[in-house]
Ligand binder design. Structure first.
Ligand code: SF4
Length: 719
């Protein structure tokens, strides 16, 4: 209760949008959230919020919330309201039936980086220990899995080495495939602060578009889409050629350099300049700025990750740091920006098909045995689980019969939207656990389970800099909505009884008293791992504020910077230069443009919208910046094609089409079209960017190449 208003209360929380992880203070009266402001004590934002965060209170109580469980009795029938008991008993019966008839891999769970760590943990334990399947994956697969694979290939673990405070200590920033100004606005405010405080700070931005972030840079490399890997290899070539590498660091702390060096021979700037669409001198200049800096920090996001060579992209960027010893020091290191608020938490609990809790690997028998012992089951399944795109392919061809989708909207966000919709129609049973009843995916639900949302949930999230923050429910969820972890645990207990009744093995405890108990079980499993957070608890986070891992039991503080000692978790302590095949022969784009589809579509994000807009789309204030869906082309292309601004155009690809108004934008290079990914339904074609994107994934990270596709454009002719 505040002094000014006895009815007004305040509760600490975290913004539920991007991975910056800004702390917020929720102001609430009774059951209503009435305001929000930045938390001045939170080390991510020190009180600042961007347009999305500062309007969070306007999203609560908004239309479209799921308030009661709803079930349909037959396909094609309307859903009817049911009670929780009937809903979860039905779900348990249907899942048990599928498992009995087809085995545990005939069911799957698709979860989300929007979930809290506690939610994630329960779903993961439910899939692996109770159902006995590794078919659990997260929409984080679409977001960060290439960065994760890049870290593992080079540093030996999924350990982001840096902190936001490094932004102020750097004297060079390389921002790659990230429109930080729009997608991580408070990180960008910190970059602006760093530039003001240190005018000698230089910034290079690599992006096919001249974004607001690129406008702020000293050097913008407007590369050809998909040519990132060529560029970073060419930069490394320059560093070697001009002796800007740290030979002592390479000798003492890395391995694999000689093998990579032989591959780099062909990657001179002159050799790759045409494919990159950037003059060789600009590539050399970027390399020199990086190599000559005292402390270079790289920030990257979806432009590198959402690629069919995303792992190599990330590794090639990290190589620049290893070759120059720019890691483990203040202001120096590779720093991937996490897209979602808790993608990192999902990695910690291992709620992805190839992972297990505590950054363990499914493929490692010792790791599986450790978890089986901890969860009290004879063994964990060894069969690889299906990753996001694979999971929905399997749903479409009948290998997976029943799917449980929590807090995410795959009918909007996965590539090749039409095929995902077909898969959801083909499934025997679709459960959608959601805060909003009006998402594209909810339309396919046989069973819709109402989930609590931001401001209504208690738990933790981990942001881009490994910082674990607490969220506390400020108000009750509307209607009968429940916290995600509680729904999953309740379902697990019912399924456990069903499976036990049918004689199948069923293990694992699912009767936690509260979120703090779930968190305690989770952090205990991290002891001794690179992400050790066994010293954390909800009580400690309440008392001491957000903390960065590693934070082992007995620690008095978190760890801001990793690898300061030059020792990496690779077995021999050396970081690795990962072999990356000479990429000039590699297809840069996930699909080729040709005479019929001559434009490269680029997808991206708007400043004031988030994902499928189920939340931000309901705030009129946030429509002021970009009021409608548009596809943008360079004015040269408009002229050449005789197209008019504002008129409807039909954008057609190999898998679908979208009808949208046309905009002119010279930040888009000729030969390209730019389309925000936020719209799904809501366009004339009732489809969005992912009607056009390619279901092709990186072979290591399995992250789909959502950034580009080949399209044609023509005036829209109705009928
Ligand atoms: Fe929220 Fe990200 Fe904006 Fe911070 S920067 S307020 S976390 S959307």
């Amino acid at each position: 209760t505040t002094e000014s208003s006895p009815a007004l209360r305040e509760t600490r929380s975290v913004c539920c949008y991007c991975g910056t992880g800004c702390g917020v203070i929720i102001e609430h009266e009774g059951d209503r959230i009435v305001g929000v402001r930045g938390d001045r004590t939170h080390p991510a934002n020190f009180g600042r919020l961007c347009t999305k965060g500062s309007t969070l209170h306007l999203t609560t109580g908004a239309a479209g919330r799921a308030r009661h469980p709803e079930m349909r009795d037959a396909r094609g029938a309307a859903r009817r309201r049911v009670g929780w008991d009937l809903a979860l008993d039905t779900a348990a019966g249907r899942f048990a039936d599928v498992i009995r008839r087809h085995g545990p891999d005939a069911v799957a769970f698709y979860v989300s980086g929007q979930l809290l760590t506690e939610d994630y943990y329960v779903f993961n334990k439910l899939a692996r220990a109770l159902v006995g399947t590794n078919n659990i994956d997260s929409n984080s697969r679409l977001c960060m899995s290439s960065a994760v694979a890049g870290y593992k290939a080079t540093l030996g673990a999924d350990s982001v080495p840096c902190s936001y405070e490094d932004l102020a200590a750097a004297d060079h920033l390389l921002i790659a495939g990230s429109n930080t100004a729009w997608a991580h606005p408070i990180v960008f405010r910190r970059i602006e602060d760093a530039k003001k405080a240190n005018p000698a700070l230089t910034i290079t931005v690599v992006d096919p578009r001249r974004t607001e972030t690129a406008e702020f840079a000293d050097l913008h490399l407007q590369i050809a889409p998909g040519s990132d890997l060529l560029l970073y290899n060419a930069m490394l070539h320059v560093l070697l050629w001009e002796d800007l590498v740290d030979r002592d660091f390479i000798r003492d702390h890395t391995g694999g350099f000689d093998a990579l060096r032989s591959q780099l021979a062909e990657c001179s700037p002159g050799n790759v300049a045409a494919a990159c669409g950037v003059p060789a001198e600009r590539i050399a200049e970027a390399a020199r700025r990086f190599g000559q800096s005292r402390a270079a920090l790289s920030l990257w996001c979806q432009g590198l990750n959402q690629s069919h060579h995303g792992t190599a992209n990330s590794a090639a960027l990290i190589h620049l740091h290893l070759a120059t010893g720019q890691i483990g020091r203040p202001g120096a290191g590779p720093f991937s920006l996490t897209g979602q608020p808790n993608a990192m938490g999902g990695r910690e609990v291992g709620a992805m098909a190839n992972l297990l809790p505590g950054h363990r690997e499914l493929a490692n028998p010792a790791h599986r045995a450790e978890l089986a012992a901890a969860w009290g089951v004879p063994s964990l399944p060894e069969r690889p689980g299906l990753t996001a795109v694979e999971l929905f392919e399997a749903l479409g061809d009948g290998r997976v019969k029943a799917v449980w989708i929590a807090c995410t909207n795959p009918a909007h966000s996965l590539p090749d939207q039409a095929r995902v919709h077909e898969a959801l129609r083909a499934a025997e049973f679709v459960v959608v656990q959601e805060a909003y009843a009006d998402t594209e995916t909810a339309a396919f639900a046989d069973l819709l389970l109402p989930a609590a949302s931001w401001g209504e949930k208690t738990g933790t999230v981990t942001n881009s800099e490994r910082r674990v923050s607490r969220l506390v429910a400020a108000v009750p969820a509307p209607g009968e909505a429940r916290p995600d972890w509680a729904i999953a645990a309740d379902f697990a207990r019912r399924l456990q009884r069903r499976l036990a009744g049918e004689g199948d093995a069923a293990g694992g405890g699912f009767d936690w008293a509260d979120e703090a108990a779930v968190f305690a079980e989770h952090v205990a499993l991290s002891a001794g791992r690179d992400c050790d957070m066994s010293g954390l608890s909800h009580a400690l986070l309440d008392a001491c504020g957000p903390q960065q891992w590693p934070f082992p039991a007995g620690a008095t503080g978190g760890t801001a910077r990793l690898f300061a000692d030059g020792v990496f978790p690779t077995g021999d302590g050396r970081a690795r230069f990962a072999p990356v095949a000479f990429p000039v022969r590699h297809a840069l784009l996930p699909e080729a443009v040709d005479a019929r589809r001559p434009l490269v579509l680029l997808t991206g994000r708007l400043r004031d919208q988030w994902h499928g807009m189920s939340r931000t789309g309901k705030v009129p204030l946030l429509w002021g910046h970009t009021p409608r869906a548009e596809v943008a082309l360079n004015p040269v292309d408009l002229l050449r094609r005789g197209l008019q601004v504002g008129k409807l155009v039909r954008l057609a690809g190999r898998r679908g089409e979208v009808v949208l108004p046309l905009a002119s934008d010279d930040s888009v290079a000729p030969g390209q079209a730019w389309l925000p990914m936020h719209w799904g339904a809501g366009t004339l074609a009732q489809a969005g960017a992912n009607a056009l994107t390619v279901p092709l994934s990186d072979p290591v990270s399995k992250q789909p190449a959502l950034k580009q596709a080949a399209v044609s454009i023509a005036p829209y002719v109705p009928g």
